[in-house]
Design a protein. Structure first.
Length: 309
């Protein structure tokens, strides 16, 4: 069992639209669960899904609103849990890449495309179709287009034990498409279950929409080992300069080079602290205290510093 819970792209803002859509879906799911819990015969539940879900055979101008309302209905806990978990894993990165309005457009239009594909392939069906899976499939397709092969989806793998793995986005998308395709090819017409055709339609719709909605000034880059979203131009580059005269940077703290000079009379090591005049040094030994003149010249005081430009 795969449980995605995020990706490795650093975000700088809160996913406002993602949170709002998840909240709306959860509120409707709670209401749906209340309807199902109070229904002992199942008739009220079926009537509820027939009214607000999309039924291709009954779709008319008077109930065309169901192409939208069906995207916010779910048939049970695992149905909504899987959809919203995937949306939470991928949606925040897409929201930062596209912006709030474009992400909402991507979500809704992908869901409409998925519903349209399902309607076109099952026009005679009287089984209500519900769920946000078509919209979420569009999110997966758009994410694959926008984030490239290097982006990893953080996933929990439950296989006897719990493992944490990072799956490349392209691998995840390909695995998803293959499973949906085989599910579509093996599905029995008229028996209900998973609407694989809607998933495939939403996935393709999301890929196409990403090409139209993506901001060319925003892209995911690998910066110093971290994936970040770059906006309008390149990150600032730094060039290191190792040799600068201390006079060029008067505020820099410099450390004088060793004097490398001894007292001519007692061989006591001298330092710049013993200098009493230019090139004139007094021996620091209490027993000597004589003057020493550096006739060969004193090395220029230079320092090695780092400057970033």
């Amino acid at each position: 069992m795969f449980i995605p819970f995020g990706d490795d792209v650093e975000k700088n803002s809160a996913p406002f639209v993602v949170l709002c859509l998840i909240m709306v879906n959860m509120i409707i799911a709670v209401y749906t669960a209340d309807v199902m819990h109070a229904d002992e015969t199942g008739e009220a539940t079926m009537a509820y899904f027939m009214e607000w879900g999309i039924v291709p055979a009954n779709l008319e101008a008077t109930n065309c609103y169901t192409v939208v309302t069906s995207m916010f209905l779910h048939g049970g806990f695992m149905h909504i849990f899987g959809n919203m978990l995937m949306f939470w894993a991928l949606g925040p990165t897409l929201e930062e890449l596209l912006g709030h309005g474009k992400l909402l457009t991507l979500y809704l239009v992908s869901g409409l495309i998925a519903t349209g594909v399902y309607f076109g392939m099952h026009m005679e069906s009287e089984i209500p179709c519900v769920g946000a899976s078509g919209a979420i499939s569009g999110i997966i397709g758009a994410y694959c287009m926008a984030c490239g092969p290097d982006t990893k989806i953080k996933t929990i793998l439950i296989l006897r034990r719990v493992h944490r793995i990072d799956i490349p986005a392209v691998v995840y998308a390909m695995f998803y498409m293959v499973t949906q395709y085989f599910g579509f090819m093996t599905a029995v017409e008229g028996t209900g279950g998973v609407a694989f055709s809607a998933h495939l339609g939403g996935f393709g719709g999301g890929m196409l929409l990403m090409g139209l909605l993506q901001d060319p000034n925003k892209q995911i880059v690998d910066q110093w080992g971290h994936k970040r979203i770059r906006t309008n131009g390149e990150f600032e580059e730094y060039e290191e300069v190792t040799e600068l005269e201390s006079a060029e940077d008067p505020d820099a703290e410099t450390e004088p080079a060793p004097l490398e000079m001894q007292c001519t009379y007692c061989n006591q090591e001298l330092s710049y602290d013993d200098e009493i005049a230019p090139k004139l040094f007094r021996c620091s030994s209490a027993e000597c205290g004589r003057m020493n003149f550096d006739a060969s010249g004193i090395p220029e005081k230079k320092s090695t510093v780092k400057q970033y430009i």
